[in-house]
Design a protein around this ligand. Sequence first.
Ligand code: ZN
Ligand code: ZN
Length: 294
Amino acid sequence: MSNSLLVTFWGTRGSIATPGRSTEKYGGNTSCISVQYKDQYFIMDAGTGIRPLGIEIMRDHMLEEGKYDISLFLSHTHWDHIQGLPFFQPAYHPSFGLTIYGAKQKDDNLENLLIGQMHSNYFPVPMSALGSDLSIVEIDENELTIGEVKISTTELNHPGGATAFKLSVDGKSVIYATDNELNSQFDLEGNLMNEDVMGKKFFEFIKDADLLIADGEYTQDEYETKVGWGHSSMPVLINTSQKAGVKQLAVHHHDPMHTDNFIDGISTDFLKKYQDSEPRMDIFWAREGLTLAI
Ligand SMILES: [Zn+2]
Ligand SMILES: [Zn+2]
C-alpha cells in the first residue's frame, strides 16, 4: 500500500455548478476533494463533485466486512460546499460510518444547518433517513488525529466564516483553503498589510506546504468589482503562497464565468511569468478528475 497522500479533484468550480462543453476540461462540479492515505478517505467539502466520489466509494468498499469510516470536512455551509451531500450514496448505507467535521457556527449549529438543507421545502428525503452511522462534530482551532493523519485548522476571511484544513503525515502536508479573501490582508506582491492577525495566522499555516489547494477565483480586474465577496485574486494568492514557501499550488474555486479557453489563457500567462522566479513553486489550475500523489 502506498504511503503517499493521494489527492483527487472531484469538483473545482466556485459558487455554482457549471456543466457544459466550455468547462469540461477544468470541470463544472462544485468544490470536493478527496485525500486518501493508505485505506483512509478524507473528503474536503461536499459540493456537487461528491456525488461521483460517493459512487466510487460504494463500488470499492460496500461489500467489505465491518463499517468503512469516512471523514468529511466542511469548510463552511455555503451552497456550493454542501449541495452534493444529499446525493452522497455512502451516507445512506449502513456499511459506512460518516463523520462530518466543521467549525463551530456562530448563530446556529452545524447539524441544524445540514438538516435544514434536507427539509422537505428543499429536498424530498430528510436527513434522518440517512442510514449510515452518521455523526456531526463541531471543531475549534484544536488539532485532531485520525489514524496516522493529523488535522489542523485555521480561520479564513469569508462572509459568515470558513475554515482551512491541513492534513499532515510522514512529514508531508496538504492544505485545503477555500473560500478566502486574501486581498484585504495581503498586497499584490503578497506582503501582509496592517499586521492583519488572521492573515498572519494564515501565512504561518501554509508555510512550506507540499500542496496548497486554495481560492483564486478572480483575475485582479475581476476582483476590483467584487471586493468583500470573500474570494481572492490569482496574483495575490500566487505571490502570498510563493512568499510562504509553498511547494505546489492548485488554484481552485474557479469562477463560473471562466471557460476552459479562458483558464488555459491565464494559466499560460502566469506560468510564463513564474517559471524562473524564486523560490520555486509549481502552479496549476485545479482540474476535475486529476489525481496526484504527495
Ligand atoms: Zn464557495
Ligand atoms: Zn463561500
